[in-house]
Design a protein around this ligand. Sequence first.
Ligand SMILES: [Zn+2]
Length: 213
Amino acid sequence: MNVHTPADKLAKTESGPEKPSRAEAEAAIRTLLLWAGEDPEREGLKDTPARVARAYEEFFKGYAEDPVALLTRTFEEIEGYDEMVVLRDIRIESHCEHHMVPIIGRAHVAYLPGTRVVGISKLARVVDAYARRFQIQEKLTAQIANTIQDVLQPRGVAVVIEANHQCMSTRGVHKPGASMVTSRMLGAFRDDPSTRKEFLAIISPRNCGPVEA
Ligand SMILES: [Zn+2]
């Protein structure tokens, strides 16, 4: 498909295309309203482009966050604690990069500490920093696991994500009940069956609630 979008005209910088202005973003939303068959000037829609632009700042604030920096403050006084640390049921709000519609689900993140641990809220913030971008679930899962492994250097990391994709529930095949499960296991979670089994038991559906749509 050979379509010319405003993005084609954007100058490339070292980190990718230059960010358009807010006015340009709002004009693009107005175009989509027109294309859907609407009159963007009618009362109810007049402020919609501005609202959508603000919503995008929230949905995609992960681009402004540095997941590596979130994990650099660690604690070493752990009294020899060397068991698994698991944070389960972390709400995921992401957007499918193929259709730009929500992916809603939850993540379970675990690691086996080496000599240091990280504040537990930092794990949730790393999940958010990657989720609040355009994503596919496989990449999201790998990015979270790889970053924790690289920065914290624990004996192992496990990440499981279960999510509903609105591109599958509200369009295309229309399968609202289907959830997708992805996992990435590193270190002991990959090599040691008993470690993996312990983690999977902790996050089993028996111990967690249903995935919200
Ligand atoms: Zn999609």
